[in-house]
Write a protein that binds this ligand. Sequence first.
Ligand SMILES: CC(C)(COP(=O)(O)OP(=O)(O)OC[C@H]1O[C@@H](n2cnc3c(N)ncnc32)[C@H](O)[C@@H]1OP(=O)(O)O)[C@@H](O)C(=O)NCCC(=O)NCCS
Length: 325
Amino acid sequence: MTAIVGFGGYVPERVMTNEDWSKLVDTTDEWITSRTGIKERRFAADDESTLDLAAIAAERALKDAGLTADDIDEIIVATDTPEVYTPDTASFLQYRLGCRNIPTYDLGGSGCAGFVQGLDVARARIHFEPKRILVIGVELISRLINWEDRATSVLFGDAAGAVIMDSGSGRAEVLAVLAGTDGSKADILTLQTGGTRHPFTAEAAARGDHQRLDMNGREVFREAVRRMSGVVEDVLDQIGKRLEDVALIVPHQANLRIIDAVGKKLGASENQVYVNVDRYGNTGSASVPLALWEANEEGLIKEGDLVVLTAFGAGFHWAAAALQF
Ligand SMILES: CC(C)(COP(=O)(O)OP(=O)(O)OC[C@H]1O[C@@H](n2cnc3c(N)ncnc32)[C@H](O)[C@@H]1OP(=O)(O)O)[C@@H](O)C(=O)NCCC(=O)NCCS
């Protein structure tokens, strides 16, 4: 048996509203709200980095679990906006938290599905050998995107979310995790410059390519709805449950229209689906653990509740987890 024994989250203090964006690029609150449901998002301060966000969320999860850094046996960090290019953000986090010399890993490049993929990896690791694993989703996307590109910049925000997984029982038993990838759609959402195909050169930097997120918004939208709803149905099938048994679905918070379409496709009622995209925008791999932490803090999840997480991300990846509180 594998369980989540602690939850944590963190959003930076700086609030960036749609109104603020409308002063920087040619956009309006009306356009952003009607297309995405986003009203505001949080941006990290200039002196904050990915590690700072991750460390606060991790410390909150440790406190929530009644554990210390010494109790952690492994760290998995899901992020597309790492502290540095190499080594992994998780190495820095291990030292910052004051953990022992435990193994650490980053799941990089999985976009917004990274955290739920991390749960899958952690669950398998714990099954193999009982241990406590800190799993984090963290993004500092505001430092990576091109602020002048209104088609992508207004969608994102910075945040971190964390859970601690353990063998045995805990606050939420992880009943099942499913994940899938369609690599033929790897090009519908990419940031290409910096890898070996398009190395980071002075010319590329001068063109701003290192911040150019190429996104086929409509195709991402279609795939997101299809895959996030499909994987919820599959995970429920696997545990022999139906939608009526689910107290709360916690979807990746990319866009309210995507969330609504997923809910509709599944036949879920409005109060069965958690939403905080209006306050934080799309926080990438931090989105699901942040939403899970907030739903918990808001008292929306009670003992006995079945909660389903579902996410999609660049790759094209999708993943879902069923949690029995
Ligand atoms: C991006 C997205 C909101 C765009 O919505 P849409 O309904 O497809 O947009 P539309 O086709 O109606 O509008 C596009 C037009 O709006 C313009 N536009 C784009 N961003 C804008 C902005 N911030 N403000 C005003 N206009 C904007 C475009 O330039 C385009 O103008 P044109 O028709 O003159 O060329 C939508 O496709 C989406 O949410 N996709 C999924 C994206 C996602 O979740 N990405 C993250 C994945 S982890």
